[in-house]
Write a protein that binds this ligand. Structure first.
Ligand SMILES: Nc1ncnc2c1ncn2[C@@H]1O[C@H](COP(=O)(O)OP(=O)(O)OP(=O)(O)O)[C@@H](O)[C@H]1O
Length: 591
């Protein structure tokens, strides 16, 4: 409701702008501001949320301008041409994303630079079609037959900018926004809750390219003329500066960033020759002094001001029993058959056989470097074994990537915590339900009633899971603000949200306090009761000996023993591996 009122006020202000500034220069400027804002808003989704970098957005801007312009020159109606331009940009965005899929960081940036330069060269050299530097003259933009003069074209752009703002904001606050942000935080963790990272990256690129193309088309018709000189590399940099200075990943950042990149050159017009230097300086200062950008910095300050007292494990809310969605698990079977994992000829895991079935808690122990994490990485699809087979419910899953493992019912937590730090505790757990959401892009873009129903359903289920791990009172806290042990419990709740049949816990007690360790053990026992199989990698022998039904021991990548805790603690090879093994022999406290 509050948001609706805000949009209404903005719409009214935009509507009356030409009356307040009845000068075509200002109206023209306002048009430019709005379409620049549209590019920055779309780029923010890509850079700020999904964590991908583009230094070639001027390329999409150009494609939008040329496709829409050339279509109208060929006699196609303005709106239809605009739609075509935007769709082609989405396709181009998807293509660039596919080409750069394996690239990260600087390499991804290089692919996007190459794309931007390619478009710039084509625009410059393909003179017969684009007009090159001499430019392209367009017919006047018309809406349902009526010509759009300076003011009405401004209103048209204002309506488009408002619609883009509402839709992007809707995405921000839907599972799409959460998924993009999760991917930006940790791709591997996103994959283990079932996110097909590759497809989602392509989608983020396509959406962002769409908005850049839309803005390019709006720019093209501003003067019914444009030339290839506009679509240079520094235009792409400028858009990126807008995102970063405003605050990448914040909802208001694009607006503030556009003010900086658009208005500043107007104010320092006499210094135009130095504009790149000025922007470079602003970017540098922003990255050093305010890495979260203007809006991000202000938000942080506001949060710090009203920060609650630090979270203490002892204050956690009461744990609840297993939520209903965890009941009646069949206890599916995993078979690990002669699995080997080699790194440059070094065998980190050497011919391991293992099987887990029923509601069993299987311990996987061994000294440092014995191959436990490597085994977990193979079982969760992060590594593909060099040799051997993994069978899950009778199906060969050896080559499954993490999102397919999650879909099949195997998920995990991480030794080095992989929470989505920018999301709240509740949002982290909601991400765990990723595979169970049924609403698609349109429902999330438009916030349909179906979207709200589903959002409520998984919010409620996530809160139940937070009760289950005893963290319901931390639901709205930023995940990064929780203590180590609490973050581990959030990871467990997020993993449970995928509704797994096999839960792999990689050192769930590492870094946790005594009180938190007790909580974690209680939660593991309750998860076992619900019928989920558990593979527990843990250095705390007390936990292992008291929680596990069977224990597999690794040493130098090989399995050296397997059996119940009593057998393991008296096994000579295990005792030797643990250098004397008092730890192991004294710790069975009775199950
Ligand atoms: N990606 C990799 N590239 C090269 N070597 C690796 C890689 N991952 C693990 N190793 C090596 O494989 C061996 C087993 O490592 P792993 O992390 O699986 O052991 P671990 O039992 O989990 O140890 P810890 O208890 O310390 O976590 C180690 O010698 C490690 O250096």
């Amino acid at each position: 409701m509050k948001k609706g009122l805000l949009y209404l006020l903005v719409a009214v202000a935009l509507y009356f702008f030409p009356w307040l500034f009845p000068n075509s220069y200002y109206v023209h400027m306002a048009q430019g501001f709005l379409y620049t804002y549209i590019v920055v808003a779309g780029l923010n989704l890509l850079v700020g949320l999904s964590g991908q970098l583009s230094l070639g957005h001027a390329g999409f801007y150009a494609i939008g301008a040329y496709v829409t312009g050339l279509c109208t020159v060929a006699g196609m109606p303005f709106l239809l041409s605009l739609l075509l331009g935007v769709l082609l940009c989405a396709a181009a965005g998807g293509l660039v994303a596919m080409l750069s899929l394996r690239a990260k960081g600087p390499y991804l940036a290089m692919v996007t630079i190459a794309f931007g330069l390619l478009v710039e060269i084509v625009a410059n050299r393909w003179v017969e079609v684009t007009g090159g530097p001499a430019g392209l003259y367009l017919p006047e933009a018309r809406l349902f037959g009526a010509p759009l003069g300076t003011v009405s074209y401004y209103w048209f752009i204002a309506v488009v900018a408002l619609i883009v703002t509402v839709l992007i904001d809707n995405l921000f606050t839907s599972r799409f926004g959460r998924t993009f942000r999760a991917m930006g935080n940790s791709e591997v963790a996103a994959a283990t809750v079932g996110v097909h990272v590759r497809n989602w990256k392509i989608m983020a690129f396509a959406i962002s390219a769409c908005t850049a193309g839309l803005a390019g088309a709006l720019f093209a018709f501003q003067n019914a003329y444009f030339n290839s000189d506009t679509f240079t590399f520094d235009k792409s940099i400028l858009f990126l500066v807008g995102v970063i200075v405003g605050g990448a990943g914040t909802r208001l950042g694009p607006l503030v960033g556009t003010v900086v990149i658009f208005l500043l050159p107007q104010w320092v017009q006499s210094l135009y020759d130095y504009h790149l230097l000025i922007f470079g300086g602003i970017l540098l200062v922003s990255l050093i002094a305010l890495p979260e950008g203007i809006v991000g910095g202000v938000e942080r300050l506001l949060k710090e001001r009203k920060k609650l007292p630090p979270a203490a494990g002892e204050e956690s809310s009461q744990e609840a029993d297993a939520p209903s969605q965890m009941d009646n698990k069949a206890g599916a079977a995993l078979t690990v058959d002669s699995v080997v994992m080699e790194f440059d000829g070094f065998r980190a895991v050497d011919d391991i056989n293992l099987s887990i079935s029923g509601s069993e808690v299987r311990g996987l122990i061994g000294p440092n470097g014995s191959g436990k994490s490597t085994t977990v990485n193979m079982l969760s699809g992060v590594y593909v074994p060099t040799q051997g087979k993994l069978r899950w419910k009778g199906v060969d899953v050896t080559n499954y990537p993490p999102h397919r493992m999650a879909a099949a019912g195997i998920t995990r937590t991480f030794q080095n915590l992989q929470l989505f730090h920018e999301l709240t505790v509740l949002e982290n757990v909601m991400l765990g339900f990723h595979m169970h959401y049924r609403t698609g892009f349109t429902a999330n873009l438009l916030h349909t009633p179906g979207f709200w129903r589903e959002e409520k359903r998984y919010r409620d289920e996530s809160i139940r899971l937070l009760h289950f791990v005893g963290l319901a009172d931390k639901a709205d806290e930023q995940a990064a603000n929780l203590s180590y042990g609490q973050q581990r419990l959030v990871e467990i709740a997020r993993a449970l949200a995928t509704r797994p049949d096999l839960l792999i816990l990689d050192e769930p007690a590492a870094g946790a306090s005594m009180f938190e360790v007790d909580n974690i053990v209680r939660v593991i026992r309750k998860v076992k009761q619900s019928g989920i199989s558990i593979l527990l990698v843990e250095h705390h022998m007390e936990i292992v000996m008291n929680v596990c039904d069977t224990i597999t021991v690794l040493d130098f990548g090989k399995k050296i023993a397997e059996g119940d805790p009593a057998y393991i603690q008296s096994h000579p090879q295990v005792i030797e591996a643990y250098l004397g093994g008092e730890e192991v022999t004294q710790l069975v406290v009775g199950k």
